[in-house]
Design a protein around this ligand. Structure first.
Ligand SMILES: Cc1cc2nc3c(=O)[nH]c(=O)nc-3n(C[C@H](O)[C@H](O)[C@H](O)COP(=O)(O)OP(=O)(O)OC[C@H]3O[C@@H](n4cnc5c(N)ncnc54)[C@H](O)[C@@H]3O)c2cc1C
Ligand code: SF4
Length: 303
């Protein structure tokens, strides 16, 4: 089954990348099942997986971080939680969920109380690429906070927001060199161009992503603060959270083919572009400046 979902709470939508699917499952695992949640957090420039067990900590894991998350020793912690009979929610990229599942299988640990969410994954830049961008763009500045999915002006047309000790940097997604390069597939880690964790080759309970083109495909389900797409792989485990979703979100069943067509990253790895991004970016900026110049000329001619 495939669903569209938008949380009813505006606060949840504001703090989520898309429709807040992750937040609601995390709340269910902590509040209703007294369980624990693992996901990626961002502290300064460090992106890493951490374990949380309280509602107020969920915010630390919300939002997409467009850099590879370090797993540190979380697999070991997940194993230990499951051995202690705890309910566990683990969220990560498809390759991370796959590795966790293999690790637990080898360790002979039951996954009955484990719920795994993987993301529709376009690929991710590695830490070295990210550090180079930060050092070049923010020399001698201390990074305090990064929001890779700052919903400004709105969900689909987002910006990057970086707070340093000196300024607040906000730039539209296609005008920031790191984000534009990521979205166009130029700066991904080499392994991502040959990713095998696509289509059905997943070990997650559900896959979540942005419901691109929902506005034209299912206008009634569109929310400009964010709409998530959910693909269910384990119906039995999902049924338990579905009731909770129905109470706290607008959720609707949608057609698999139709909903996933605008999101090829669910099925295929990104192809490595052969041209040079710096040249593409320069051309884009020149074209943009030329366009503005010709508009100004046109206005003055008419005056
Ligand atoms: C690198 C990357 C590429 C993506 N590519 C696509 C795509 O091509 N198409 C698409 O539809 N969606 C993509 N997404 C997913 C999308 O951006 C949203 O994360 C997703 O829709 C969930 O939104 P939400 O509102 O439910 O959750 P949010 O509240 O935004 O939570 C996001 C969850 O993802 C986890 N997470 C965030 N960053 C990372 C990371 N770097 N590594 C591991 N886990 C992380 C967090 O722990 C959190 O649990 C991508 C996400 C990432 C991180
Ligand atoms: S594209 Fe594949 S290998 Fe790259 S981060 Fe996503 S799941 Fe992992």
């Amino acid at each position: 089954m495939v669903y569209s979902l938008s949380a009813k709470s505006k606060r949840i939508l504001k703090n989520s990348s898309s429709g807040g699917a992750f937040y609601l499952v995390a709340k269910y695992y902590i509040k209703i099942l007294s369980g624990v949640v693992y996901g990626a957090t961002c502290e300064g420039v460090d992106v890493y997986h951490k374990r949380i067990d309280s509602l107020r900590q969920i915010k630390e894991l919300q939002k997409s971080k467009y850099v590879k998350s370090e797993l540190r020793n979380v697999f070991f912690e997940v194993k230990s939680d499951l051995e202690n009979d705890k309910y566990v929610l683990f969220v990560g990229l498809p390759c991370q969920v796959f590795s966790l599942s293999k690790y637990l299988e080898i360790q002979n640990i039951s996954n009955e109380k484990l719920f795994c969410i993987d993301l529709i994954c376009h690929g991710v830049p590695n830490k070295k690429t990210f550090n180079e961008y930060i050092e070049k763009k923010f020399p001698n500045e201390i990074i305090k906070k990064i929001d890779f999915r700052y919903k400004n002006p709105f969900w689909q047309e987002y910006s990057i927001y970086i707070k340093t000790n000196k300024r607040n940097y906000i730039n539209y997604k296609f005008n920031d060199e790191y984000l534009a390069s990521f979205l166009k597939g130029y700066n991904l880690d080499d392994v991502c161009y040959n990713c095998k964790f696509k289509g059905d080759n997943r070990k997650s309970t559900i896959t979540i992503g942005d419901f691109w083109r929902v506005k034209s495909l299912y206008p009634k389900f569109y929310n400009n603060r964010g709409t998530s797409l959910i693909v269910v792989h384990d119906e039995e485990k999902f049924r338990k959270v579905l009731d909770y979703f129905c109470r706290h979100a607008e959720i609707h069943a949608v057609d698999f083919e139709k909903a996933l067509k605008p999101n090829p990253s669910y099925f295929y790895a990104n192809k490595k572009p052969t041209d040079n991004f710096d040249i593409v970016l320069k051309d884009r900026n020149t074209n943009f400046k030329q366009k503005i110049k010709s508009i100004i000329k046109f206005i003055f001619k008419r005056l």
